[in-house]
Design a protein around this ligand. Sequence first.
Ligand SMILES: Cc1cc2nc3c(=O)[nH]c(=O)nc-3n(C[C@H](O)[C@H](O)[C@H](O)COP(=O)(O)O)c2cc1C
Length: 327
Amino acid sequence: MNTTTKYLGLELKNPVVVSSSRLTSSYDKVMEIIEHGAGAVVLKSLFEEQIINDIEGALRDNEMYFWYPEATDFVKHISKEHGVNEYIKFIKKIKANTTTPVIASVNCTTSQQWPQFAKELQSAGADALELNIAIFPHDETIDSRDIENVYVDIVESVKQHVQIPIAVKLGAQFTNIPQMVSRLDAAGAQGLVLFNRFFRPDIDIETSEISYSNYLSEPAEMTESLRWISLLAPKTRCDLIANTGIHDYKAVVKQLMAGAAAVQLTSILYKKGVPYLATLIGEVQAWMKRKNIDSIDKIRINTRHGNANAAEFQRVQFMRKTTGILS
Ligand SMILES: Cc1cc2nc3c(=O)[nH]c(=O)nc-3n(C[C@H](O)[C@H](O)[C@H](O)COP(=O)(O)O)c2cc1C
């Protein structure tokens, strides 16, 4: 049985990829993930804002920088490099000890300066780069198109600095996802992670405080990416990798049937532990055996037969157009 799949031109031994999170932020955890059979691993994102916040906090606490403001720019530059250097060391150490593809992840908010660091991640040995772009539309005076342009500018800018493949990790909140996908494809993205699951604050009604307990996904959330992978897979050149709510082998198979090249998961590993990866991969293989399917490519029916279910996946209301009855 052939469980390999191609994603971003990389050959993965199976289609189960561990997405970026705290689980992929330490060498030991990443090695544990690899030992339990992950097809690839996406490292914890390098956050520009986080590094800047750390630096600014440190500068605020040091009176000297109040009196010598010109020193702050220098320190900011050095500290930023330090943050990137730590990440580079992390990539190098992992790559020295595994042949499993390692995807570095950068959280970008602008197309200036930061994408240049991408080159250094490539030199460190990253097999691919995932751009985690999430621009929150909090300002009603900014045009939607201007926000979308930032995504495209970031990809174009990073593309100028690296030769390794680039994937973009997106949220689902775009008015016209197919257009966004086609613009990112034209800008040079080779893969799309559909979709990121953003931080979702809640309110604790006992304490009236913001609660952060809602940070893991539920299996039902998987249908949003299933819809869009089904609709986009037959149309785009980009490799699509499904993400959010993939908690069991059935979800993996469904996403592959829809046309995904592979899947990414995190929450289920927080819930069940990293060893569950091996169980999940074994269950996909058992399903393939039971169905007499000998390769991942043969599961990806949607890409081979065109989008037979397009009408169903385009349907958003519960009213059936043909019969006019609620179903
Ligand atoms: C604790 C935690 C930290 C995360 N950190 C990152 C991150 O640094 N970069 C990123 O792109 N996604 C991050 N994510 C999002 C996950 O990679 C993933 O996209 C999301 O959890 C949806 O997948 P899931 O339903 O399998 O959890 C994080 C998720 C969690 C739960």
